[in-house]
Ligand binder design. Structure first.
Ligand SMILES: [Zn+2]
Length: 262
């Protein structure tokens, strides 16, 4: 099985002591490429370091997560300048978006929207795909995408309903949905329904490691070597052979990130 992890955080503190082993274990499980997604400006540097240290395996996706939306304009200028300067070394802008989980404050929501839109426009200018984080913000995210129409997006760890899934599919852009450990959870009815009824060509394999570890390892630290459990669950829900499923999912990931397919 050939697998890519389209959304992960191997730069996280949790991997400091044993990253070499984690990568070896992941490669043995069939993973040949992972996309480390940034959250803060600080994370840009650790992600670029991993890219240099594990060339061809660790790829870089840079952007500012909505939880940092209250940083000042200078912070964003530094982040955007860094991205522009390193355009040739990065594969997408992410993870960017809206997160209303911990704040219902209107000013904060507006600031998140403004930063999200600025980064979508940056991605369009640089001709890069976008990895989106949307939590408790389904309609605002959907509306911004409808207005801005970036040509290609990934709604990472998709948490919307099947109705929201269908709304995205109607937009005349290329939209993918990141499917990770949650799909293996017994009570995750909504995402199971989306995988069942949705088009397999719209799904991407992701871990969001170190979080969201699939069953039967739920609660432990997640890493890309657990992706076969996610693929197996998707194949069962789609009633497809597991090799066939993994091939389609690999193709989707390669299409999203513009990796040469052969
Ligand atoms: Zn993430």
């Amino acid at each position: 099985m050939k697998i890519i992890d389209t959304h992960t955080h191997l730069n996280a503190e949790q991997f400091k002591s044993d990253l070499d082993q984690v990568i070896l274990k992941s490669q043995r499980a069939g993973v040949f490429k992972v996309f480390n997604n940034a959250d803060s400006l600080e994370s840009f540097f650790s992600i670029m370091d991993l890219r240099s240290k594990y060339p061809g395996f660790c790829e870089a996706v840079l952007g500012i997560h909505p939880e940092f939306a209250l940083q000042d304009d200078e912070y964003f200028k530094s982040a955007f300048d860094f991205i522009k300067k390193n355009r040739a070394k990065i594969k997408a802008i992410g993870e960017i978006g809206l997160d209303y989980h911990y704040s219902k404050d209107l000013n904060l929501k507006n600031r998140q929207k403004q930063i999200f839109i600025e980064q979508i426009r940056l991605a369009k200018t640089l001709d890069l795909p976008i990895v989106i984080h949307s939590r408790d913000a389904d309609f605002d995210t959907l509306n911004i995408i409808k207005e801005e129409l970036p040509p290609i997006i990934d709604l990472h760890c998709f948490s919307g309903s099947y109705e929201i899934y269908r709304e995205y599919i109607k937009i005349p852009i290329k939209t993918f949905f990141g499917i990770g450990g949650v799909v293996t959870f017994k009570n995750a009815k909504v995402i199971k329904e989306i995988v069942e009824k949705g088009d397999i060509k719209t799904f991407l394999t992701e871990t969001d490691a170190p979080y969201l570890t699939p069953t039967p390892f739920r609660g432990e630290r997640n890493d890309p070597s657990y992706l076969p459990y996610v693929i197996k669950t998707i194949s069962e829900l789609k009633k497809l052979d597991i090799d066939e499923t993994s091939k389609i999912l690999l193709n989707n990931g390669e299409e999203f990130y513009g990796i040469d397919q052969d």
